[in-house]
Structures are given as structure tokens and as C-alpha cells.
Write a protein that binds this ligand. Structure first.
Ligand code: NAD
Length: 482
């Protein structure tokens, strides 16, 4: 079993926990144990943070931007060279279909390193000349400095993509990192350690400590006094706990949190494109996408036709090929709890609502049926709480004002997807819906240089392009009296 142990990566070395503590990792497709994961606690976090702090003073700290960003290009190329290893590792952890890994999640993981290397090389800082009473004037200019050791805490739904979205800009800006991957997805964070060593990233720059959240590696990382800032993707209530920990020492936080996103389909839309788009936004990754659409609003003239077409799409999905399982048995219990609750709250189950019948080993996996409901009021819990499964509720609407009010009546504010051929309507909606990202006639499409983040309880701050530099660097002003 020891050979199947996912170890920590601290100061360039793979190590078990000092006390030998670990936990098992099961594959979601069939519930088989695929290995054990070292469980780090305060001692491992302290070792990793100490290594990361020391690395800031070593060759990494004095490296030029050109040399550092060239190294990050090599990281991206090495991920691409080991593409199949990353695909396999992430498939084992999350059970999602190979096509999703190959076309989206793993390539994006590699791309993150190149895009942020380019951003860091090309973004200028500001300068101001000012008058002084003696007439000589003064020159102010800003410089960016790394913050130091960044704590990176990640979820399991797109492990490599979401982790590198934070690690890449942190390193591009010259920081060092201690990553706490999700307990459900130890694979690709560990593999990335091998990549870092292979291309010559100095020891201590990238560290990984596996473990759980409360009373474990996650909490220890947020409480460590030498962690300068914490970047986190996960549930809103976890964000609240981390924010409390970060208050000690006044550490900065960047949060990408939960959502309960609305998809809005107008009667004048390109119908087939809208069905394709909403089907992806509701069911991709088995509905485990923070940007996914659990509330769909469809204009009344096409409501019946839309419900029937989305039902056909859902029923055409095949477990194991076009649809993966949920991440774990525990998460399946949560999602099935909402399936039950929907029925209790009076929903009409258009399709799904249960567990598919599967043969052989797959019968033990964390599978659920893609599910569509209609008929719930806006105040139903199923309409207000993030489920994070392959499901959506469809409500008919008549007017723009009505649907804007419903879409915004939520504590969350992450994303929305709007389907219409009326350009003016699209722009009005984009301005009216209170979210960090609005898609018009698309979903999950994004230039990585753009700001990404959530409003309300969906997040704090923006990452992406130059916006990541705001979080991962300290902007200093230098004032020179001439
Ligand atoms: P989670 O909050 O349960 O866990 C995320 C990470 O936090 C894990 O590594 C976990 O071990 C750690 N953690 C838990 N409690 C902690 C604590 N007290 N201190 C420190 N660390 C702690 O989230 P999850 O179930 O892994 O992920 C799903 C959630 O993530 C959903 O709510 C989803 O919407 C959200 N998400 C948001 C985005 C976004 O960009 N906004 C992207 C992906 C996922």
C-alpha cells in the first residue's frame, strides 16, 4: 500500500507525515480504494512554510523576471509532455470522462503557466510627475514586489486547472506557495511536484501538503503566521472560516466561492444553441462546476419546447462516457438529499431524480441521474442552495424585469448565461444581473486575461490577467524628489 501513498512535496522532496497518519482515496467510478493520502497537520505545514520562506531568500528570490518566466514556460511544456500522466491522475481522482480532461482541464492547467508568465512580463506600472514648491518637481513610480509565502487551498472539481490558476500567477510574480489540495483529489498536485523538480524550479518554491480542512492541514495553513496571503476556491462557508483565520495577522484573502447561477433563455434565441449551452452548463463535470446553471429561466412562448428538448438531452447522456460520477459517496448523499427535497417541496420531476442502474463495478460508483425539475417557487430551498450536481430547475418567465428580479434574488453572484439574438436585450441583461461573469450566447468560454471572480457571497477579489497581479504582488510607490 505504501507505493500507493500520495506524499507531501516539501522543499523538493516527497515525504510522508511525521506521525505516519494517512487516509484512503477512493475512485468515484467504482468506489475502489486507489491509494492512501498522507495527512499533514501543523508540523508538515510548518516544514512547508519554512521551506517556502527560505526559498524566497535563495536563488528564486534573486532570479530575474525573464529567468523566472522562462522556467514557468518549461513547467507548462513538461505538463504537456506528461499529458497522459496528468489525464490518468485526474480521471482516477474525479472519475470524469477522458474527453473533459483532454480538451479542457489538463490543457488549461498547462496554459495557466504560460499566460501568467506573459502577463508578468508585459504589464507596466504607473508613474506620475508632480510639481513641488521649489519648482524642481518629483517623480513617483510604482514597483511590484512578491508578497512572500502564499497559501493556496483548492477544491476537487477541476483540481489541476483551479490549482494552477493560483499557483501560476503566484510564482510568476515571484512568490513561493504551499498548496493544500482537496482531500478528494491528491493526484495532479503531487505530479506537479515531479514537474517542478524535472525543470529545475528551486526546492521550496512549490510545496504541497495533503490533508483535510478543519483541525488538519487546511486550517494549519490558514493559521500559520508566515503565510502572507491566502487564496482559496471552495464553498462559501469554508471561505468564512478561512477569513476568520486570516484576520489574525491581517492577511489578505482572494476567494472564489459557491454559486447558484441563473441561465436565461429568451424566445428569440437560437434554440439549438441554447439547448446545447444550457445542457453543458447544467450537466458538464456531472454538474460539479461552480459556474454551472442550476436555475434556468425560459421565456414562456418556448418553455414547453425547451423543457422537452433539455429532457431529451439529459436522457441521452450515458454514464461512463458523456457523464461522469459525482466525486464521492458523501457528495452523492448530499445531492440525493436535494433530489428528495425537491420532490418534498412539490417539484415536478421532468427526468431523473435518482440513481442509474449500472452493471459490474460501476454499480458501486457515485453515479446519479441528470435531473430536471419544474414547478418550484422561488423560495424553495432547491432554488436557493447550491446543490453541485447534474440538475436544474426550469421556470417560465414573461418579462425582462421579472427575470432580472428572480435571477438577482440570491445570496450568490458568480455567473449567468443569457441566450438571445436581441443585442440590446443582451447588453441590458449583462448590466442588470449581479454577477462577476456574464456569458451571452455562450458558457465557460473565457480569455484568461479577463477578470474572474464572484459578487456577493460568491467571492472576494478578482483573479485573471493583470487582476491576479493585484493580489499576488505588493504595489509600492517610490517618490523621488528631483
Ligand atoms: P470545500 O470548501 O469543502 O473545500 C475546499 C478546500 O478547503 C479543500 O481543500 C478543503 O480541505 C479545505 N478546507 C475545508 N475546511 C477548511 C478550513 N476550515 N480551513 C482551511 N481549509 C479548509 O469545497 P469543495 O467541496 O472542495 O468544492 C466545491 C465548492 O467549491 C463549491 O461550493 C463550488 O461552487 C466551489 N467552487 C468555486 C469556484 C469559483 O471559481 N468560484 C470554482 C470551483 C469550485
Amino acid at each position: 500500500m505504501a507505493s500507493n501513498l500520495f506524499k507531501h512535496f516539501i522543499n523538493g522532496q516527497f515525504v510522508a507525515s511525521a506521525d505516519g497518519r494517512d487516509f484512503e482515496k477512493r475512485r468515484p467510478t467504482d468506489n475502489a480504494v486507489i491509494g492512501r493520502v498522507a495527512e499533514g497537520r501543523a508540523p508538515e505545514i510548518d516544514a512547508a512554510v519554512t521551506a517556502a520562506k527560505a526559498a524566497m531568500k535563495g536563488p528564486w528570490g534573486s532570479m530575474t523576471t525573464e529567468a523566472r518566466t522562462a522556467l514557468l514556460y518549461k513547467v507548462a511544456d513538461e505538463i504537456t509532455r506528461r499529458f497522459e500522466d496528468f489525464v490518468e491522475a485526474e480521471m482516477a481522482d474525479t472519475g470524469q470522462p477522458r474527453s473533459v480532461m483532454e480538451h479542457a482541464f489538463i490543457p488549461r492547467g498547462a496554459a495557466n503557466f504560460k499566460i501568467f508568465a506573459d502577463v508578468v512580463k508585459n504589464v507596466p506600472t504607473e508613474a506620475f510627475q508632480m510639481a513641488t514648491p521649489d519648482g524642481a518637481g518629483a517623480l513617483n513610480y510604482a514597483i511590484r514586489k512578491p508578497k512572500g509565502v502564499i497559501g493556496v487551498i483548492c477544491p476537487w472539481n477541476a483540481p489541476l486547472l483551479l490549482m494552477t490558476w493560483k499557483v501560476a500567477p503566484a510564482l510568476a510574480c515571484g512568490n513561493t506557495v504551499v498548496v493544500k489540495p482537496s482531500e478528494e483529489s491528491p493526484g495532479t498536485a503531487t505530479l506537479l511536484g515531479e514537474v517542478m523538480n524535472a525543470v529545475g524550479v528551486p526546492p521550496g518554491v512549490y510545496n504541497v501538503v495533503h490533508g483535510l480542512g478543519p483541525d488538519s492541514a487546511g486550517e494549519a495553513l490558514t493559521r500559520h503566521k508566515d503565510v502572507a496571503a491566502i487564496t482559496f476556491t471552495g464553498e462559501t462557508r469554508t471561505g468564512a472560516a478561512i477569513m476568520k483565520a486570516a484576520a489574525d495577522g491581517i492577511r489578505d484573502v482572494s476567494f472564489e466561492l459557491g454559486g447558484k447561477n441563473a441561465g436565461i433563455v429568451f424566445a428569440d434565441c437560437d434554440f439549438d444553441a441554447a439547448i446545447e449551452g444550457i445542457s453543458r452548463s447544467a450537466f458538464l463535470n456531472c454538474g460539479q462546476v461552480c459556474l454551472g446553471t442550476e436555475r434556468v429561466y425560459v421565456q414562456r412562448p418556448i418553455f414547453e419546447k425547451f423543457v422537452a428538448a433539455l429532457k431529451a438531452k439529459a436522457e441521452a447522456m450515458t454514464p461512463g462516457t458523456s457523464l461522469g460520477p459525482l466525486i464521492s459517496q458523501e457528495h452523492r448523499s448530499k445531492v440525493l438529499g436535494y433530489y428528495k427535497l425537491a420532490a418534498e417541496e412539490g417539484a415536478t420531476v421532468v427526468t431523473g431524480g435518482g440513481v442509474p442502474t449500472l452493471e459490474g463495478d460501476l454499480a458501486n460508483g457515485a453515479w446519479v441521474q441528470p435531473t430536471i425539475w419544474t414547478g418550484l417557487p422561488e423560495n424553495a430551498r432547491v432554488m436557493r442552495e447550491e446543490i453541485f450536481g447534474p440538475c436544474c430547475h426550469i421556470t417560465p418567465f414573461d418579462t425582462e424585469d421579472e427575470v432580472v428580479a428572480w435571477a438577482n434574488d440570491t445570496d450568490y453572484g458568480l455567473s449567468t448565461t443569457i441566450w438571445t439574438t436581441n443585442l440590446s436585450c443582451a447588453h441590458r441583461m449583462a448590466a442588470a444581473i449581479e454577477v462577476g461573469i456574464t456569458w451571452i450566447n455562450s458558457w465557460f468560454l473565457r480569455d484568461l486575461r479577463t477578470p474572474f471572480g464572484g459578487s456577493k457571497q460568491s467571492g472576494i477579489g478578482r483573479e485573471g490577467g493583470v487582476h491576479s497581479l493585484e493580489f499576488y504582488t505588493e504595489l509600492r510607490n517610490v517618490c523621488v524628489k528631483l
